[in-house]
Design a binder for this molecule. Structure first.
Ligand SMILES: Nc1ncnc2c1ncn2[C@@H]1O[C@H](COP(=O)(O)OP(=O)(O)OP(=O)(O)O)[C@@H](O)[C@H]1O
Ligand SMILES: [Mg+2]
Length: 354
């Protein structure tokens, strides 16, 4: 069935995808039950890889296996001994699932690499922020001094023009300060995550007109990597709300539970189709949020409904990192899935992004 026809019949892209998997799976499984060749094993691996690439979870794949197997065993009951059928089916399923295992192992190996990359990126951002602030700031200061000296000896008309130039330079300096602050807010280093998020949410609220509610049950400082990671996550989530959601309200809720930190960003905007994450031409923001969460040993869940807003939930474990960065340090100052509700029931689930 073509995508257009499926859409015409009201099938969501997700359902279409599952239907395709069912079809391909049933054919390949039957081939394996009948012949059990190397080629059909390879097909099983290909199916596993394809399902992962399409964001189809291991549970769904196992359910599809079960559904297909039941039908095929009934059909082949005259020609294939039941026990042998089950043995070959288990073999086939193991090949499919081996791809999930491989992907899981790769993602575990990627975590330290992601962490190192984030640290490197953060150092580079810090360097650029300083350069913008100090070097460009110094040059502008020197230009203002030169203008002021020139103005002393100038005619009133020229002095007036120089005053206009100075006003432009002042604006440029303010913009550069803002840029350098956006790149790396000093408040994050000096006072920690909570004051930095308070500042950020207030600024987003003022500049966008969206009401940003910041709720927090977190006391004390966290490790630098956790503070930076969560700050960047909320920064991108709010940028997305401002750019895409058309929301009136957004809540940022940061909590410390016994063994984990949770960070929820929920808006009441237009929501979106989670399938965007698997598209080739997708943006980088949500992927970046997912990678930052992974680098902290955590995870991201996205729940989004058309007209029902978007919820991003980031969970970062505390226990595993208790001896190092994630442990809460004594406070100095602080107090402080992808889914759309498409008509199809299958599309209404929380999507874990891994
Ligand atoms: N809060 C939101 N409300 C509505 N749609 C959203 C929201 N967050 C993300 N989206 C949708 O998800 C898409 C992917 O977001 P993502 O942040 O990955 O990329 P982007 O914002 O388009 O580009 P980039 O972040 O790389 O500049 C967006 O283009 C938008 O369609
Ligand atoms: Mg974005």
């Amino acid at each position: 069935m073509s995508e257009a026809v499926a859409r015409g019949r009201g099938l969501s892209p997700r359902r279409l995808l599952l239907q395709e998997l069912r079809l391909v799976y049933a054919n390949a499984l039957e081939e394996h039950l009948v012949d059990g060749t190397e080629a059909s094993r390879r097909q099983a691996c290909d199916i596993g890889r394809w399902a992962i690439a399409q964001g189809i979870g291991v549970l769904k794949t196992a359910i599809i296996h079960h559904e297909c197997l039941g039908r095929i065993l009934v059909r082949l009951s005259g020609s294939l001994p039941f026990k042998e059928g089950l043995r070959r089916a288990a073999e086939f399923l193991a090949e499919v699932l081996s791809q999930y295992e491989l992907a899981h192992r790769r993602s575990r190996e990627a975590v330290p690499a992601l962490r190192a990359l984030n640290e490197k990126m953060e150092r580079e951002i810090q360097r650029i922020a300083l350069a913008v602030h100090d070097e460009a700031g110094q040059l502008l200061y020197a230009a203002r001094l030169a203008i002021s000296a020139a103005a002393d000896a100038a005619s009133p008309t020229v002095r007036q023009r120089l005053a206009e130039v100075e006003a432009i330079l002042n604006r440029a300096e303010q913009e550069l300060r803002q840029l350098s602050h956006d790149l790396r807010p000093t408040i994050l280093d000096d006072l920690g995550l909570v004051p930095a998020l308070q500042f950020l949410t207030e600024r987003v609220s003022t500049s966008t007109g969206i009401r940003v509610h910041f709720e927090c049950s977190l006391d004390g400082r966290l490790g630098a990597d956790v503070e930076t990671g969560l700050y960047r996550i909320v920064q991108e989530a709010l940028a997305n709300v401002a750019r895409h959601s058309r929301a009136n309200n957004v809540t940022v809720d940061l909590r410390r539970e016994l063994t984990r930190l949770t960070c929820l960003v929920r808006d009441d905007g237009v929501g979106f189709d989670p399938a965007v994450l698997w598209r080739r031409e997708r943006g980088l923001g949500l992927i970046g949020i997912r990678d930052r969460a992974l680098a902290l040993g955590g995870r991201l869940q996205i729940l989004s409904r058309p007209q029902g807003g978007t919820e991003l939930l980031i969970v970062v474990p505390l226990k595993r990192r208790a001896s190092s960065a994630c442990a809460v340090k004594p406070a100095a100052t602080a107090s402080a899935l992808i889914q759309t509700s498409a008509p199809a029931p299958e599309a209404s689930q929380i999507k874990e992004v891994s």
